[in-house]
Ligand binder design. Structure first.
Ligand SMILES: Nc1nc2c(ncn2[C@@H]2O[C@H](COP(=O)(O)OP(=O)(O)OP(=O)(O)O)[C@@H](O)[C@H]2O)c(=O)[nH]1
Ligand SMILES: [Mg+2]
Length: 459
């Protein structure tokens, strides 16, 4: 990726396909001149920033469309370059014709994420904020939108930046010691350095820990519905979604493959996974289904174990719990079909694991479904998300944080073992390098390429 591009790029900023309007974005030094060369109306190169102008786009004598041109003059634009946004009618034909025309007049097709890349390179925001732009566009629940917005507004990069600057200060003091190596002086107070590293590792440790929840919020929380055939798992999926998504029948073994759907509870997306009933499989396909169920449980954040309260024997319940419980994965025990057997729950209680939560519902009659939803939320999210904490959602940041942590631990060990300044300086530099990767203070072309190529074209 050539980072010193001085050309003007163009792309459709709105989704592909037919819409009421389409917005074509031009950015670069010649954005105004190129737009002006195909625009009939006012002279766009002579207008002030942040103004909108009505006119036509013409290709020679041929009028392509009536449009509005919005002008953002550098540096007061998203990319901090000259930007023109042409709002035209949302016909795919018109949009493609205008883009081709602009390319003929000197613009170049933008690559994925190139507008945001330019914004980053021109100092509009740091790298983690640029990445948050992509997350914000992809956000599909209140929680994922909030987390992305928080990161876009600075999030933890501000906090890390401050700590990084202090570490830079120490690094330079230690470098200074190297210059006076013969005189055996210490410019960098080791006690203060240790304190700073402790502060840093505490902040970083917290961020690393937040990834589990952050990632769940971003991707949706995997919630597996499992149990014996005919327990009512698919009926429960349908009741939670409030639609007839899965086939339900009295025949045991109805669901063979897993079915996944998203359910939003209190702003969090849960990925509900209905599975094949667990039993001794009677054929090869069912066998695969059962294996898949076990796999899904081990990848889930919450298990909804459903049983038929009318027919199950307590020993069978015990057996299921032994088979399905995985350490570290919280589980809710859901007694179904209480419309048929109200009040029989007491007999199950002695067979349940300590601290487990039992809820009685009727999936078919939609009894206690809202209480179950609240429990699903409570088991996974409650108390962990209060709206303004910083969550790491990006795997690249997680890896950089883990590497920073390791380098800091090495630095601490170095101080304790009274290693010479040059070794200490090396470890601190390592830590600074990884910290810098998060905010983009340290970048390589490959890294940028990797990040921005995942954006959509036009962003
Ligand atoms: N009375 C009553 N019947 C229910 C309830 N929930 C499910 N059923 C019935 O139980 C039978 C099995 O329901 P399913 O939802 O297909 O069960 P499943 O656990 O998905 O079964 P498999 O896919 O075969 O593993 C159907 O006839 C449902 O109508 C309930 O709460 N009350
Ligand atoms: Mg089913």
């Amino acid at each position: 990726m050539n980072l010193l591009t001085q050309d003007t790029i163009v792309a459709l900023a709105t989704p592909n396909g037919t819409g009421a309007i389409g917005v074509i974005r031009l950015s670069g030094p010649d954005a105004l001149a190129i737009a002006n060369s195909v625009f009939k109306g006012k002279n766009l190169t002579k207008q002030p920033s942040h103004t909108i102008h009505f006119g036509t786009i013409t290709d020679g004598d041929l009028v392509l469309d009536e449009v509005l041109a919005s002008l953002f003059i550098a540096p007061r634009s998203y990319t901090r370059e000259n930007v023109v946004e042409i709002s035209c009618h949302g016909s795919n034909y018109i949009i493609q014709s205008i883009i081709k025309l602009l390319i003929r007049h000197g613009a170049r097709s933008a690559k994925p994420g190139e507008f945001t890349l330019r914004a980053f390179l021109n100092g509009q925001f740091d790298l983690s904020q640029a990445e948050a732009v992509a997350d914000l566009i992809a956000s599909d629940s209140k929680a994922s939108q909030q987390v992305a917005l928080q990161q876009l507004r600075g999030g933890y990069s501000t906090e890390l930046q401050t700590l990084r600057e202090q570490l830079v200060h120490f690094a330079s003091m230690i470098e200074l010691e190297l210059d006076f190596a013969e005189e055996d002086v210490e410019f960098a107070n080791r006690g203060q350095l240790k304190q700073l590293i402790h502060d840093l590792t505490r902040v970083i440790g917290k961020l690393i820990q937040s990834f589990e929840l952050g990632n769940a919020v971003k991707q949706g929380i995997n919630t597996v519905i499992a149990g014996r055939p005919n327990a009512g798992k698919s009926t429960l999926l349908n009741a939670l979604l409030n639609e007839d998504r899965a086939i339900v029948s009295h025949i045991a073994g109805t669901t063979r493959d897993t079915i996944e759907e998203t359910l939003n509870i209190n702003g969090i997306n849960f990925r509900l996974i209905d599975t094949a009933g667990i039993r001794e499989a009677t054929d090869a396909i069912e066998q695969i289904g059962v294996q898949k169920t076990m796999e899904k449980i081990s990848q889930s954040a919450l298990l909804l174990y459903v049983f038929d309260a009318e027919t199950i024997h307590p020993d069978e319940l015990q057996q299921d719990i032994n088979d399905l419980y995985k350490p570290g994965i919280p589980a809710l025990i859901v007694a179904n079909k209480i419309d048929l057997s109200p009040g029989y729950l007491e007999k199950f209680k002695p067979h349940l694991p300590e601290g487990s939560t039992l809820i009685a519902i009727s999936a078919k009659e939609k009894l206690h479904i809202d209480e179950l939803k609240q429990l699903i939320y409570d088991q996974t999210i409650q108390g962990k998300l209060n709206g303004n904490e910083t969550l790491v959602t990006n795997i690249r940041h997680l890896e950089a944080l883990q590497k920073t942590e390791q380098a800091l631990i090495k630095t601490l060990q170095g101080i304790d073992h009274q290693v010479t300044s040059d070794f200490l300086a090396m470890d601190i530099k390592q830590a600074l390098h990884y910290l810098g990767e998060i905010t983009g203070a340290v970048t390589t072309d490959d890294l940028l390429d990797n990040i921005f190529s995942k954006f959509c074209i036009g962003k």
